[in-house]
Design a protein around this ligand. Structure first.
Ligand code: URP
Ligand code: ZN
Ligand code: ZN
Length: 463
C-alpha cells in the first residue's frame, strides 16, 4: 500500500505550495494537490512543512584522527542525523599515505556497510599520488565507483596536508573528468610556525588553538587554491567549512570572475563565536577545538548573508565528534594534542531553520536549497535526492514549524558527553522522516533497522 502525505506545504528551492505527496515503494510517485486518498495509508501533514530530507555533505564518521577515532560510527552518526531530519550524508574516505585510494575506498565501505541507518556516499580524501604519480589513475577508478568529489587538506602538515604540486596534478585530472575538488583551505605551513612559537612561549591551553590560526591563513589558502585550479584548466572547486568573512570574500571574488568555485559554511560558524564560546574556565574550551577555529562574532552576519545570496551554496556540519572525558583530554598538556572536531550532525536542520528562517536571515526556500537541493546538485545526486518530485527517492521530512526544542547533551543521540550547542532553544523540528519511502523517525525516535542505509553512486557534474 502506498503512503499519502496529505495537506502539507511542500517546499523546494523554487517555491512552496499546498500539495500531497504520494510514496510508492522507495520513490515518490506524484506531488499534486487533492490526490484521492482511497487505498493509501494517509499521513496528515496539515500545518506541516514537507521538505526533501537534509543532505549533510561534510561528516567524519569512524575517522581515525588526532590519535583517536571520532566518537560516532556509521550507526550512531547516521541515526542521529536521521532524527535531526537528515536523510543522507557524504562522509570522507581517507587515503593513508603510502597506500592507494582504492584501499581507502574498501576500508570505508567496510566501516559503513551493515551500519548506516540512512543512505550515504563518500568523498575521497587524497593524501598521496603514489610512486611516479601512479595513483592519479585511482581518481578515474574512484569516479567509476561513484565518488565524484575528492578532498584535499592544505592544513595538518605531516598528517593530511598535500603540497601545491599535488593539488595541481590532482586538479588537472579532475578537470578532465569533470569531478569536484573539495578543499580544506588553511595555510598549514605558516600556522605550524605560529603554533610552535606559541608553545615555546608557554601558550598551551585550548584557546591558543584558535589564536594560532588567523583568518588570513584561511583566506590566503582559498586564494591560492583558486589560482591553482585556474592553472589546472578550470577545475571545479568546493571550499569546505568557510569560517570567516575574509575567506568568504575570496570565494565571492572567484565566483564574480565566473570561475567554477563553490563553498559551504557550517552551523558552528553561524551561531557560535570566540567571544561567546571560548574563554571558559578550566579545559572547557577544548570542546570547541575544531579547525578552522571559532572566529570573532563579527564574521557571523557576513556568513549568513553569503548563504542567503548564494556566495556559499551549502550549510553542512563537519561533524567530527570527540568525547570530552577521554578524547579531548588527550590535549590537557598541549592544545596541539586535542583531537580537532565537534558534534553537530543532529542539530544542523534545527539550527539553520531557527536562526536562518525564523530569525529572517533566509527564506524557507533557501533553507531547503542549502540543506538539501544544492548539496544534491553539486555532488551529483540530483534529482534522485534533494527534491520532492515524481521519480525521486522518497527521502522526506515532515517538519513541524511550531515544535519547540532545547538542545541538550543529556537528550541527544550523538555519542559525545557534551553539546557545543547546549541550551540553544529552537522552534521547528522534524516530526516524521522517511528514507526511501520507509518511516524511519517519528517523535524523535529512530524506527528503522541498523544497516538499512545504502551506498549512493554519484555522477560527475563538471563536464
Ligand atoms: O576540526 C575539524 N574540522 N576536524 C575534522 C577534520 C577537518 O578538518 O575537517
Ligand atoms: Zn577540514
Ligand atoms: Zn571536515
Amino acid at each position: 500500500m502506498g503512503t499519502l502525505i496529505k495537506g502539507g506545504k511542500v517546499v523546494s528551492a523554487a517555491g512552496t505550495k499546498l500539495a500531497d505527496v504520494l510514496i510508492e515503494g522507495e520513490t515518490i510517485a506524484r506531488v499534486a494537490s487533492g490526490i484521492d486518498a482511497a487505498g493509501y495509508k494517509v499521513v496528515d501533514a496539515a500545518g506541516m512543512l514537507v521538505m526533501p530530507g537534509g543532505i549533510d555533505v561534510h561528516t567524519h564518521l569512524d575517522m581515525p584522527f588526532g590519535g583517536t577515532v571520532s566518537a560516532d560510527d556509521y550507526e550512531w552518526g547516521t541515526r542521529a542525523a536521521a532524527i535531526g531530519g537528515t536523510t543522507m550524508v557524504i562522509d570522507f574516505a581517507l587515503q593513508s599515505m603510502g597506500h592507494p585510494m582504492t584501499e581507502a575506498f574498501k576500508t570505508w565501505r567496510a566501516k559503513s556497510e551493515g551500519k548506516a541507518c540512512i543512505d550515504y556516499a563518500l568523498h575521497m580524501a587524497v593524501t598521496d599520488l603514489g610512486p611516479n604519480d601512479a595513483w592519479l589513475d585511482d581518481v578515474d577508478a574512484m569516479v567509476a565507483e561513484g565518488i565524484s568529489s575528492f578532498k584535499i587538506f592544505m592544513a595538518y602538515p605531516n598528517v593530511l596536508m598535500v603540497n601545491d604540486a599535488t593539488i595541481f596534478k590532482l586538479m588537472q585530472r579532475t578537470a578532465k573528468l569533470g569531478a569536484l575538488v573539495c578543499v580544506h583551505a588553511e595555510n598549514g605551513t605558516v600556522i605550524d610556525v605560529v603554533v610552535q612559537q606559541a608553545l615555546a612561549a608557554g601558550k598551551t591551553g585550548p584557546l591558543y588553538h584558535a589564536l594560532t590560526r588567523p583568518v588570513k591563513a584561511e583566506a590566503e589558502a582559498v586564494h591560492r587554491v583558486v589560482a591553482i585550479s585556474e592553472m589546472a584548466g578550470g577545475a571545479s572547486v568546493y571550499i569546505v567549512h568557510v569560517s570567516c568573512e575574509e575567506a568568504m570574500h575570496e570565494v565571492k571574488a572567484a565566483r564574480e570572475r565566473g570561475l567554477p568555485v563553490m563553498g559551504e559554511t557550517c552551523t558552528q560558524y553561524l551561531v557560535l563565536s570566540i567571544e561567546d564560546d571560548m574563554g571558559k574556565p578550566g579545559f572547557e574550551d577544548a570542546k570547541y577545538v575544531f579547525t578552522p577555529p571559532l572566529r570573532e562574532k563579527k564574521n557571523q552576519a557576513p556568513l549568513w548573508e553569503a548563504v542567503r545570496d548564494n556566495v556559499l551554496q551549502v550549510v553542512s556540519t563537519d561533524h567530527c565528534p570527540f568525547r570530552f572525558a577521554d578524547q579531548k583530554t588527550l590535549g590537557l598538556e598541549s592544545f596541539t594534542k586535542i583531537p580537532n572536531g565537534g558534534p553537530g550532525i543532529e542539530n544542523r536542520m534545527q539550527l539553520a531553520y531557527h536562526h536562518g528562517v525564523n530569525e529572517g536571515r533566509m527564506s524557507l526556500e533557501r533553507f531547503v536549497e542549502v540543506t538539501a537541493e544544492a548539496p544534491a546538485k553539486i555532488f551529483g545526486m540530483y534529482p534522485r535526492k534533494g527534491v520532492l518530485a515524481a521519480g525521486s527517492d522518497a527521502d522526506i521530512v515532515i517538519w513541524d514549524p511550531k515544535a519547540k526544542y532545547t538542545i541538550k547533551a543529556a537528550t541527544q543521540n550523538m555519542h559525545t558527553d557534551y553539546s557545543i550547542f547546549e541550551g540553544f532553544k529552537v522552534k521547528g523540528n522534524a516530526r516524521q522522516v522517511f528514507s526511501r519511502g520507509e518511516l524511519v523517525v517519528e517523535g524523535g525516535k529512530f524506527l528503522g533497522a541498523v544497516g538499512r542505509g545504502r551506498y549512493v553512486h554519484r555522477e560527475v557534474t563538471g563536464r
